[in-house]
Design a protein around this ligand. Sequence first.
Ligand code: CA
Length: 224
Amino acid sequence: MRVLIIEDELKISNFLMKGFKEEGYAVDVSLDGEKGYEMALSDHFDLIILDLMLPSMDGLTICKKLRENNIEIPIIMLTAKASVDDKVTGFDTGADDYLVKPFVFAELLARSRSLLRKNNKDKISKLTVADLELDLTTHRVFRSGKEIMLTSREYGLLEYFMRNEGSIITRTMITENIWDINYDSFTNVIDVYINYLRNKIDKDYEIKLIHTIRGRGYMFSGAQ
Ligand code: CA
């Protein structure tokens, strides 16, 4: 899952970035309204956290313009404004949810999950491949009933693999979907993380799930 945070207050955007990353989301941040709007137009995101008062383009305008461009990514607005009129304006411009500052991160996270679930057409809460099970609600992973502890980045990678079971997954796809834009594509960080994941979910089991497709990338499959 990829989150775009458009928030010019560095303290808040850093705090949000850290919080979402810890939960296994890939996070991109824009401190500027117009730049954030252009990033959102790329349509690579699953969720947008949008501040209202921003330099160069305000949050309401961003929201309105995104919807005019048929970008339907769920948007949660963050603002210091708390009046009913402001909320109504927010929803009228196309926001899906609204949170008044100061807020508790756990609440933002819960609202984010709820929106992502609503947006997820098949409304699944669990991914299963062979005897591997990933619970999208609790973020717990089990293989043959035994719990496997993953870091947030490993979890994000595994979720992406499982959602694309049976398809070839290139490094570019992983970069675009799991890593943020600042990721340095010249490092072997993806291979390193795939090795971590292999050690945790495949090493001790006869049936391997992560397959290397030479020259192309990877495939996640329980079929031998
Ligand atoms: Ca602001």
